[in-house]
Design a protein around this ligand. Structure first.
Ligand SMILES: Cc1cc2nc3c(=O)[nH]c(=O)nc-3n(C[C@H](O)[C@H](O)[C@H](O)COP(=O)(O)OP(=O)(O)OC[C@H]3O[C@@H](n4cnc5c(N)ncnc54)[C@H](O)[C@@H]3O)c2cc1C
Length: 461
């Protein structure tokens, strides 16, 4: 961390908003005008819309993340967590990856912490649930699903086999519908390499408390998406919730009970709870309360945007809804970040702030290879696409939207290679504990002795 005479712009969070806002500030800033410091516990930004495809193995996990130090060479990037902020002293407390926490003073602050999975106190969920917010979870899910096929293929116990081949997904928004679509496609495709596992042996269950899935693309395409998944054999239960999943025994409130080793939780997000320690005005659901200029209410040197902010939706308000807020999605996060960056520069120079106003451009979702839905807004018209064409729109849009040409080229290369080569179906679950085997080989005999001695003793006893 550098000590500096220049004003410091502290960007908390290096996700969509943090990355794009920092880039914009650095682009518009005069040489030496300020120091831009970006703090994130990860050294990379994650392009979350690609997580379902990373889980399915269609994109290499490395290509869905963007290294912050590489794309922000003129910024100071700190890998750590901002734990609290003292607004009176204008000081943030940074908890680095290792070592003592320290204080970092700032002059201007950008709050871009994003969201975390929204969970409920469901028995068993914390122990059994798999989230879908980070690339680590996407890789973990892929390894886990393929490992279930390995287990089912090699066991003689029918209960073990059935549990391994049952996959439950809770939440049918973008993240849930795309993840079940991609994972189902990948797992059934992988079945051809297994002697004792057939496509139809697998059971996929999608549960949502709402009366539809994919609300982002509207009711008509949402209905098509549900029927499409059902045709592929996914059991979709709407207006249904999961009551418990202790030891993988899933109980739904419609009476259905299934045993599963795979419970994927994609039932929405909530603003990052760390915001409670930032001393900022929060809205009723925990978002930072932000004006249309993205300035935090009551301040002139703090800005917030993206999933952790409640930003008034000026287009919705002009259309007659006084309570319209921008939904938490990448479309808004990206555009807000650019306005936010410009406003930080204007704020530093004492110029007026511009308001954020963006009309929804539509939404695209992939549901596995060559399947998808797309709703494109052109003026007042909504173009609705489904199937292969929508899937091309999904890929075209996200392939071009992922930050940096480096990543765009790598992602398109992944897709191009997958057209000619078969999908990888290997589970590298051991990657999560790579030192285990070496430790077994290398550990001192003495380290093993007490455990062995104890068990011998226990046997004797
Ligand atoms: C599986 C999935 C699929 C999606 N698909 C789509 C889609 O198709 N279309 C679409 O529009 N949107 C989609 N979204 C939503 C979109 O990705 C988010 O709206 C967007 O990422 C929000 O950007 P953000 O900057 O607010 O948050 P994030 O991008 O989540 O960034 C927040 C950053 O803050 C960091 N952070 C957290 N705590 C701290 C701390 N204490 N200190 C410092 N840093 C911290 C995090 O590590 C993270 O890097 C999807 C989301 C998911 C999970």
């Amino acid at each position: 961390m550098s000590t500096t005479e220049r004003p410091r712009i502290l960007v908390v969070g290096g996700g969509y908003v943090g990355l794009y806002a920092a880039r914009r500030i650095l682009k518009k800033m005069r040489y030496g005008e300020a120091t831009v410091t970006v703090v994130d516990p990860r050294s990379y930004m994650t392009y979350q819309p690609f997580l379902p495809e990373a889980a399915a193995g269609s994109i290499s996990p490395r290509h869905v993340v963007v290294p912050l130090r590489r794309v922000l060479p003129k910024a100071e990037v700190l890998t750590g967590r901002v734990s609290t902020i003292d607004q009176d002293r204008k000081v943030a407390v940074i908890a680095p990856l290792v070592g003592e926490a320290y204080e970092l003073p700032f002059d201007y602050l950008v709050v871009a912490l994003g969201a975390v999975s929204r969970t409920f106190p469901i028995p068993g969920l914390a122990e059994q649930g798999i989230g879908m917010k980070g690339v680590e979870e996407a890789i973990g899910l892929r390894n886990h699903v393929l490992e279930q096929l390995d287990k089912a293929d090699s066991t003689t116990d029918e209960n073990v086999r059935r549990k391994a081949l049952t996959f439950v997904f809770v939440g049918g928004g973008f993240a849930g519908a795309e993840t079940v679509g991609e994972v189902e496609d990948m797992a059934r495709d992988a079945a051809k390499y297994y002697t004792n596992v057939k496509r139809e042996d697998m059971r996929f269950v999608l549960v949502d408390v709402a009366d539809k899935i994919l609300p982002e693309v509207g009711p008509e395409l949402g209905t098509w998406g549900r029927e499409h998944l059902e045709k592929r054999g996914v059991e979709v239960y709407l207006k249904t919730s999961m009551e418990s999943c202790v030891d993988g025994h899933v109980v739904l409130n419609n009476g259905l009970e299934v045993d599963s080793n795979t419970i994927v939780w994609t039932a929405g997000v909530k603003p990052n709870p760390a915001l409670a320690r930032f001393g900022l005005p929060l809205g009723p659901r925990g978002h930072v309360d932000t004006a249309a200029t993205l300035q935090v209410q009551g301040t002139d040197h703090i800005w917030a945007a993206g999933d952790n902010a409640q930003v008034p939706d000026l287009v919705g308000r002009a259309a007659g809804n006084p309570n319209a807020w921008c939904p938490p999605n990448a479309q808004h996060a990206l555009r807000q970040a650019k306005i936010l960056g410009d406003n930080v520069i204007s704020g530093m120079r004492g110029f007026p702030q511009q308001e954020y106003k963006h009309a929804n451009k539509g939404a695209v979702a992939g549901l596995g290879l060559h399947k998808g839905v797309a709703m494109i807004v052109v003026g007042k018209a909504k173009i609705k696409l489904r199937g292969r064409l929508a899937w091309y729109m999904h890929r075209g849009y996200h392939g071009l939207a992922v930050p940096t040409w480096n990543r765009k080229i790598r992602v398109f290369a992944d897709w191009a290679l997958a057209t000619f080569l078969k999908r990888e179906v290997v589970s590298l679950g051991a990657m999560e504990n790579p030192r285990e085997e070496f430790y077994e080989a290398a550990r001192p005999v003495a380290a093993a002795a007490p455990a062995g001695a104890k068990s011998e003793k226990a046997k004797a006893g």
